[in-house]
Write a protein that binds this ligand. Structure first.
Ligand code: UD1
Ligand code: CA
Length: 523
């Protein structure tokens, strides 16, 4: 194969888009990338893309995904024949066959192109056309066959007779040409048709007139010849491509509970016994290892999910979930999240640049940005790793098997050592050594009788009175010290019930001291 010419200069008006039609995506890849890949797999000497409309966008995309292709500019779109003329002008010494295809026919595979080329060579014809028999041929060129099944002409719908319109075999617009036939034909094209364009299809009739033969190779998979002209077709094709991808994975041992609401890009890798629950979308370089369950309502982009892990109602990108780990429901994994084996990122937890060790747990209502959490550590509910001071981002680390109490804020940079405790409700601005308890919060004061004095006549006061009557305790009406006094009012038994045991341990938190010894530091 000397060259594959991909026609991609047209306007794509019906997409009604400021983005080139060819850059709209099917299963996470641009339409044009499919065409370029199928062409490249044939290993031709040249892959030429004819660009025109919005060519800056198209050229930039090609430079990124396929630097090996040659782009040729067709400044005025004067028809498919003209587009191929422009392409051949850039390839003066072409000796071998030329395959022509379109940039907006994404489902066409290189296997089908190989079959077309084999048919062309086997039949020794001057032109071979890829065709399909479709239920509704509206809009397509029709294949007019002669007695010996060879092709006499391709007639555009708008130029076709009634009888020709009744033909259901359509021209896909994909052909293999013998180079000489192509050159001669192109040189003779005239815009004598309804649109005043130079039609590539006319090369077929001209080849016949020159005494050459034209064959047609009909594919059984009509989807492969289908172009995308508007967003309705785009959605239909996306659904079909997705359906085929899911069929493939189901045959490979993946359970897809609801294929209609599950979207898996072609670039994704799944293992046996993966289960995908409804409304799951897996994109980019996402991989899911054996036995893992993803969904429902989960979107993962470039996420690696380990064996046997569970990811529920989660949005994640550029993250790694370890084997046996659990994530969600309602988790947001941002780039740089790495959750260790059997770790947990729970409900309403957002993580970013967060390395969370094996078996460590971040179960509820936490923001964990720029953190390293050691294995077996436990982060309580509502903990905030405050990583940003408005100017710079800083990191926090929590050591192995440490315990950070609920509703704590760790103002980065902070290091909590291995086996340390942070009391619930603390705001940490300094490091905590291994084995230490850090507590940083206002001390609790109870003011007996306050409700009776300040809220007399309310339901609350009535409840307080009833409670004291039934317990036989003072009715709360007893005068007590003014709450604005400096001395905390402490009832040891009551404090015991409010503050978790280790934090009320007087040996660890000396009376009168709100916090243990830490290197206090302003953030
Ligand atoms: C063309 C075929 C028709 C076939 C159909 C299949 C002709 C005359 N007709 O019709 O028989 O059934 O494709 O989809 O060839 N393009 C250029 N430059 C141009 C004109 C077109 O690059 O000057 C590109 C377009 O971007 C598009 C492709 O060629 O990718 C087809 O052009 P389009 O105008 O859509 O052709 P159809 O009318 O669909
Ligand atoms: Ca078209």
């Amino acid at each position: 194969m000397s060259a594959v010419v991909i026609l991609a200069a047209g306007e794509g008006k019906r997409m009604r888009s400021s983005r080139s039609k060819l850059l709209h995506e099917i299963a996470g890849r641009t339409m044009l990338s499919y065409a370029v890949d199928a062409a490249t797999e044939l290993q031709p000497e040249h892959v030429v893309v004819v660009v025109g409309h919005l060519r800056e966008q198209v050229e930039a995309h090609l430079a990124e995904i396929a630097p090996h292709v040659t782009t040729v500019v067709q400044t005025e779109q004067r028809g498919t024949g003209h587009a191929v003329q422009v392409a051949l002008a850039a390839l003066p010494d072409l000796a071998g066959d030329v395959l022509v295809t379109y940039g907006d026919v994404p489902m066409l595979t290189s296997d089908t192109l190989v079959e077309l080329v084999a048919d062309h060579r086997g039949a020794r014809t001057a032109v071979s056309v890829l065709t399909a028999r479709v239920a509704d041929p509206t809009g397509y060129g029709r294949i007019v066959r002669g007695a010996g099944d060879d092709v006499l002409a391709i007639v555009e719908e708008r130029d076709a007779s009634e009888a020709q319109r009744a033909i259901h075999e359509i021209n896909s617009g994909i052909y293999v040409f013998d180079p000489q036939t192509l050159r001669e034909g192109l040189a003779q094209l005239r815009p004598t048709n309804d649109q005043g364009e130079l039609y590539l299809t006319d090369v077929v009739g001209l080849a016949r007139e020159a005494g050459r033969t034209v064959s047609a190779f009909a594919t059984r998979d009509a989807w492969q010849t289908e172009g995308v002209n508007d967003r309705v077709q785009l959605a239909r094709m996306n659904a079909e491509v997705n359906r085929r991808i899911l069929d493939g994975w189901m045959r490979a041992g993946v359970t897809v509970v609801d294929p209609a609401s599950t979207w898996v890009h072609a670039s994704v890798d799944l293992a046996e016994d993966v289960t995908l629950l409804p409304q799951t979308s897996l994109e980019g370089a996402t991989s899911v290892a054996a036995g893992a369950t993803v969904g429902p309502s989960t979107t993962l982009v470039d996420v690696e999910v380990g064996e046997g892990a569970t990811v529920v109602r989660t949005h994640g990108s550029l993250a790694v979930v370890g084997a046996g780990a659990t994530v969600g429901p309602y988790a947001y994994l941002r780039p740089g999240t790495v959750l260790g084996e059997r770790g947990k990122i729970g409900t309403f937890v957002e993580t970013k640049n967060a390395q969370i060790g094996a078996r460590a747990k971040v179960p509820h209502l936490t923001y964990a940005g720029d953190v390293e959490i050691g294995e077996d550590a436990n982060i309580g509910a509502g903990v905030i790793f405050a990583n940003y001071d408005g100017v710079t981002k800083s990191r926090t680390s929590v050591g192995r098997a440490s315990f950070v109490g609920s509703d704590s804020t760790l103002v980065a940079p902070v290091t909590v050592g291995d086996g340390a405790y942070v009391g619930a409700g603390s705001t940490l601005t300094g490091d905590v050594g291994a084995g230490e308890l850090a507590v940083s919060r206002a001390r609790q004061r109870n003011v007996p009788g306050w409700v009776a004095r300040k809220r007399a006549g309310t339901k609350t006061a009535a409840a307080a009175e009833a409670a004291s009557a039934s317990s036989g305790a003072p009715d709360g009406g007893t005068p007590s010290p003014d709450p604005s006094g400096d001395d905390p009012v402490r009832l040891p038994e009551q404090t015991e019930t409010v503050v978790p045991a280790p934090l009320s341990d007087q040996a660890v938190v000396p009376p009168g001291s709100d916090r243990p010894d830490t290197n206090e530091r302003e953030s």
